[in-house]
Ligand binder design. Structure first.
Ligand code: GLN
Length: 278
């Protein structure tokens, strides 16, 4: 056993067996206690069962499993999301996409989230803007089931649709389209590192040059956007120039990129031209 019975919470935190933040989250989860209780109950000694439970979770983390999958949840945009191995774990940099979308969404605006995964983007938008009409699609039925639960959990209405990109989307008119698509190129070494090893490959990589999903979205979006409607996409750290070029070649206006908190150009977008323009 990694942690022997009788070990106190104080001792565990003095000599953490893994990243202290990860360990704190796993301890709270294993013992069913709050972060505050970890401090106020620092003299508490683990029983046999508790030591076994804590050991099992720490062992899984040491074997590389993402903390979010072990505890089944991750916070995004101030909301608690259910996650599991069927969906990408929401990343803090994706909050930039939500902020940019909220700034551009007109009153009672219609927004489409393509490749919603856990539903993080769609649910965060719907939660911040109850007037919005939010549609979210994914090709994975497992992802849609989790996304639906996240919408219910936060009491928001999102219209979920099973679709491979635009194939099942009716012609029509969104004021805004957002997406955090798979954008890692096939064979990229990041796919075999860290949390990514445990995440659904289809949420991470296009199994091609990293730009194929972005291309599909850029090509299809004008037929589904009102004139002047924004398309906003998250992409990889080195893809902003390529995504800008794709948007410009399809006559989008106002093409630009925005930086995440790490200073990386992370979201690129443009506005659909009015019919006949460009
Ligand atoms: N941002 C994720 C990562 O690089 C990838 C997410 C995605 O492909 N959309 O860890």
């Amino acid at each position: 056993m990694l942690v022997v019975p009788g070990t106190t919470l104080a001792a565990l935190q003095r000599a953490p067996l893994l990243d202290p933040v990860d360990q704190r989250i796993l301890l709270c989860h294993a013992l069913g206690i709050t972060r505050t209780a970890l401090i106020t109950q620092s003299d508490r000694a683990l029983t046999d069962a508790e030591a076994a439970g804590v050991s099992a979770l720490l062992q899984r983390r040491l074997a590389g499993e993402p903390v979010a999958y072990i505890v089944g949840r991750r916070e995004f945009y101030g909301l608690d999301f259910q996650v599991g191995p069927g969906v990408l774990i929401p990343r803090p940099e994706t909050e930039l996409l939500v902020e940019l979308a909220l700034e551009r969404l007109p009153p009672r605006g219609r927004v489409l989230d393509m490749g919603t995964g856990s539903g993080a983007i769609a649910v965060a938008i719907a939660h911040a803007r109850p007037d919005a009409q939010v549609t979210a699609l994914d090709v994975s039925p497992d992802a849609l089931a989790i996304a639906r639960r996240n919408a219910e959990r936060h009491g928001v209405t999102v219209h979920f649709q099973h679709s491979d990109w635009f194939t099942a989307v009716a012609q029509g008119t969104f004021d805004l389209i957002v997406s955090n698509p798979p954008y890692i190129a096939a064979g990229d070494r990041h796919l075999s590192e860290g949390d990514l090893r445990f995440e659904p490959p289809g949420a991470l990589t296009d199994h091609a040059d990293g730009l194929s999903a972005l291309r599909t979205i850029i090509e299809g979006a004008p037929a589904h956007l009102v004139a002047g409607g924004w398309l906003l996409m998250e992409h990889g750290y080195d893809q902003s120039a390529a995504v800008q070029a794709l948007l410009s070649s399809r006559s989008y206006a106002g093409v630009q990129s925005w930086h995440d908190l790490a200073g990386i150009a992370r979201v690129t977008g443009g506005r659909a031209s009015a019919p006949g323009e460009g």
